[in-house]
Design a protein around this ligand. Structure first.
Ligand code: FIX
Ligand code: ZN
Length: 412
């Protein structure tokens, strides 16, 4: 059979037309009202852009944080789009969004952009964004410890089934002593001392919240120094409460590894950094708990190869996403190619981590382009080795990568 010449076009068409399940975002169901962010000002004050803009302006940190959202957006716009070319990935994202809406950022007219967004009806706009990004489901990040979010769950707000919940438990695992009084205040009989009773009560807390929000998995982000096994509160709570809880509910435990929180506190949410994790901890978790499933993403580029090799050894490990500082075109291409070459299609190449609804547009169009290029290259290589690729093959693989492999992994 002759080799196909239009492979890149076919792959790009099929990957573009395949709906994606976005397994980790910070978006909220529209029923949560103002918690769902959208529009030009929220796009501009995204923490990725805030940290970049401080490199290009002299505004003191306090002056910036004291400003209104509109004024902060003005600072970012001026620093990154008016006075310099917007070449960074986060800046390009804003351009992709505006361009796809038929708006022209090149006019440098922020007032006109604000006027356009101000005229959109929120309900219609949500549909427009989801359909343009071809997103079939959105994983939220739901923290019982978040005072703004908790009341919505306690009120039993009617839900949009496309937005599914994930139980986020960072304070429980990384700040145990501070979390104890909060859990006690909610009626869970825990003590700072780690006892069997405390483990049982943490499990009851996890179970109550999993049921209340209908969580699909339980998630934590961990610092580079996370160790397991270890004589730490984090390791003890994972072993005695979180993993038994996940087994009871048949759910994966998602670990986001390698974030250094508040490297520069003056930058607030934009002040987090990255560090290389010791993946021996993950190896030990996967080996010691074959009945648990682990969804894992690593923030450090240096951890990517080791993560993929571990996934070859442990089928209870599912790598996902190119997280945050690795969500740049060059690194996404490198990581995705490495995963395809070592894992085939048994992983989830990307999640958007969107915090503002409109970002789904750029994050998915940029990621789909790279995924299609990486796949097309692999297909060309196997065609050269005598394995012609049909559209049905491509469709099957695209569905696996964009939703199927994750869904199967979650369902056990
Ligand atoms: O911990 C997380 O879920 C991270 O994604 C966030 O903390 C981070 O702020 C972010 O938005 C990265 O994309
Ligand atoms: Zn996130």
């Amino acid at each position: 059979m002759p080799l196909t010449t239009d492979l890149p076009q076919r792959v790009s068409r099929i990957v573009g037309a395949t709906p994606v399940l976005d397994i980790h975002t910070h978006l909220y169901d529209p029923a949560f009202g103002s918690l769902l962010l959208w529009g030009i000002d929220d796009l501009l004050v995204y923490h990725y852009l805030v940290s970049e803009s401080f490199r290009q302006m002299d505004v003191p940190y306090d002056r910036f944080w004291a400003a209104s959202k509109t004024e902060q957006a003005d600072f970012v716009w001026d620093a990154l789009f008016v006075r310099h070319s917007p070449v960074s990935e986060a800046c390009r994202g804003v351009l992709t969004i505006l361009h796809s809406l038929g708006l022209s950022p090149r006019q440098k007219d922020l007032k006109a952009l604000r006027k356009w967004f101000g005229e959109q009806r929120p309900a219609d706009y949500v549909e427009r964004v989801l359909s343009a990004a071809n997103v079939s489901g959105i994983g939220m990040t739901n923290s019982p410890f978040d005072d703004e979010e908790r009341p919505f769950w306690e009120r039993n707000t009617p839900r949009d089934p496309r937005f599914f919940a994930a139980l986020r438990i960072d304070p429980l695992l990384v700040a145990w002593k501070q979390t104890v009084p909060q859990l006690r205040g909610w009626g869970y009989d825990v003590t700072a001392e780690l006892t069997q009773r405390t483990a049982d009560e943490v499990r009851r807390f996890l179970s109550d919240w999993t049921r209340r929000i209908g969580a699909r998995y339980c998630m934590v982000s961990l610092p580079p120094h996370f160790a397991y096994p270890a004589d730490t509160e984090t390791a003890w709570l994972i072993e005695h409460a979180v993993l038994p809880h996940c087994r009871d509910h048949g759910q994966p435990f998602a670990l986001m590894m390698g974030v250094k929180r508040a490297v520069n506190p003056a930058l607030r949410m934009a002040g987090d950094g990255v560090g290389r994790s010791d993946l021996t901890a993950l190896q030990s978790l996967c080996a010691a708990h074959p009945q648990n499933r682990f969804l894992v993403t690593c923030l450090a580029r240096e951890n990517q190869h080791e993560l993929v090799v571990l996934a070859r050894k442990f089928r209870n490990l599912h790598p996902f996403g190119c997280w945050w500082f690795t969500n740049t075109p060059q690194l996404v291409a490198e990581i995705t190619t490495m995963r395809l070459e070592l894992l085939g299609t048994s992983f989830t190449p990307q999640h958007s981590d969107a915090r503002v609804l409109d970002q789904l547009g750029y994050k998915w169009s940029h990621s789909r382009t790279i995924l299609a290029n990486c796949l097309a290259e692999k297909y060309a290589a196997i065609e050269a080795a005598g394995w012609p690729i049909t559209d049905a093959d491509i469709q099957h693989d695209a569905t696996e990568l964009l939703s199927g492999a994750f869904t199967r992994f979650c369902n056990g």
